[in-house]
Design a binder for this molecule. Sequence first.
Ligand SMILES: [Zn+2]
Length: 171
Amino acid sequence: MASRKAHHATGWAAACIAVVVTVRHGGDPLHWRSAVVFLAAWLGSTAPDWLEVAWWTKSRRLWITHRTWTHWGVAWVGLLVWSYSALGTHAIAGPAFGFACGGIMHLLADWPNPRGVPWIFGRHSLNLWNSGRCDLIVVAASWLIAAIVWDDLWFDGRHRLALLHHLLSRG
Ligand SMILES: [Zn+2]
């Protein structure tokens, strides 16, 4: 896995993404429901790892083989799609959407390690670096995604356009 710290740091980014998306779908940023979405996303960002541990036993053995079912991309994306489509119609949709955002962020953070992630069938790895290495890149990438989503949904992409303009005018 990517290091625990990296999963936490990318979890914060996932939580910010989840909140801004749910707020755009009629949520209130200052309502307790947004806090629940945030918390759900944060829990989701480590869920693929803690779901496979039998935390109710003393030995805390794995009851699901590491990086198998709990890291299955189809399930996480399915949850994301369902919860997104149910936003604003179902009370559980917001937290479920947050949880899915966190889970997918986790899979993305695990993806570059040699062990890879079972997105659909079998594992796939980007084979970029070993577990725990390059956490900074993983975390920076997650915040970049968060910044793009925020800019898109809050500011209609204005910052990105301004940045592009700035870069082009310099070149
Ligand atoms: Zn993992």
